[in-house]
Write a protein that binds this ligand. Structure first.
Ligand SMILES: [Zn+2]
Length: 345
């Protein structure tokens, strides 16, 4: 089968397009004919590699995808050949205490598709039955591939971790990113007031189309903390900040929060190290929480809203499988608004 894979870690030049073997299906697995894959920053990290990541090569990349069931293992009972599906990119053992209590994110074997298991940028992919959900017959494959990773991440951040309430002020950095655009849609759906940042007038319009109440161009307004406090929240400050930028934004995130505000971090696209003023944390009784991926229950909850059309994933650009390298380069430059997709079949 045709696939995008790496044979060694390094820069984007290491991505190869070529033939690899179709995986063999075990009793609890299904084989999926991939329709679309979607890019995530995770791909860039996996291609580069990190200490402790040991992959057997070749390694197929890609965490998000949608497709059609081609073959089912002998023990599979909930899916049949021909079902249209989307994929939960969070993988866990399914048997440990954490998995059985619905806390799959704390499974010792938790991993992400495409990280240490062959991913979605291939014509076929093998997955455990429990990683797959059916989609309605009229739901488009491209949106079904665009949603999972970013929507499940943003959903857990805002609901389980931040315990978002109606009418709260939610601040979202960098609206064009996958998690950020999903967070705008979810926060608005849950009745919050959203203030977002982005970098161009075109992106400001797009963030407003998603429902953001105020959008700040952070390139034009370098220090917007006072403006947010005084003009946009009437001196109240922000209730929840969603931060996946890290180094470049963390200090501002802390300053933006009202007393007892919550900062939820799920990523460090600008780098992991920064200086923060700890005084702000205890003076304002702040809560700082991490979050990454989600449990099966959260995935199913948010995907139901997506598949019912209540949350509508945004697609920026679609590349053919042969152009995965160009697509990853485009993502790494950060000019997209919404998801970048791969048309696999
Ligand atoms: Zn487990």
């Amino acid at each position: 089968m045709k696939a995008a894979f790496i044979n060694e870690h390094g820069d984007l030049e290491k991505i190869q397009i070529g033939e690899v073997d179709v995986p063999e299906v075990s009793p609890n697995d299904v084989l999926i004919e991939t329709k679309f894959g979607a890019l995530n920053h995770l791909d860039l990290f996996v291609i580069r590699g990190w200490p402790g990541l040991t992959l057997s090569m070749p390694h197929v990349i890609g965490a998000d995808g949608s497709g059609i069931i081609k073959e089912v293992g002998s023990e599979v009972t909930t899916l049949s050949q021909g079902d249209r599906i989307t994929i939960n990119p969070g993988l866990s053992c399914g048997k440990c205490e954490m998995c059985l209590s619905g806390q799959q994110v704390f499974c010792k074997q938790f991993s992400i598709l495409g990280e240490n298991k062959w991913g979605t940028f291939a014509q076929y992919i093998k997955l455990p039955e429990i990683s797959v959900i059916k989609i309605p017959k009229d739901y488009p494959f491209d949106k079904a591939a665009a949603a999972p990773l970013t929507f499940l991440t943003a959903w857990r951040m805002l609901t389980t971790q931040a315990k978002i309430k109606h009418d709260e002020f939610v601040f979202i950095h960098g609206s064009g990113g996958g998690v950020s655009s999903a967070a705008i849609l979810i926060a608005k759906y849950l009745g919050a007031k959203v203030i977002a940042t982005t970098s161009t007038p075109e992106k400001i319009e797009k963030a407003k189309e998603l429902g953001a109440d105020h959008v700040i161009n952070y390139k034009e307004m370098k220090n917007y903390t006072k403006y947010v406090y005084a003009e946009l929240t009437n001196g109240h400050g922000i209730d929840i900040v969603i931060d996946n930028i890290g180094q470049a934004t963390f200090q501002t995130s802390i300053q933006l929060l009202r007393p007892e505000g919550r900062l939820i971090t799920c990523g460090v696209t600008s780098g992991p190290f920064t200086k923060i003023n700890i005084t702000n944390i205890f003076r304002k009784h702040l809560e700082i929480k991490g979050s990454t991926m989600s449990n099966q229950g959260e995935f199913r909850e948010v995907m139901q809203l997506v598949l019912e059309g209540k949350l509508n994933p945004i697609i920026d650009k679609v590349y053919p499988l042969e152009k995965v390298r160009e697509a990853e380069k485009y993502l790494s430059e950060g000019n997209q608004f919404g998801k970048v997709l791969i048309d696999v079949f």
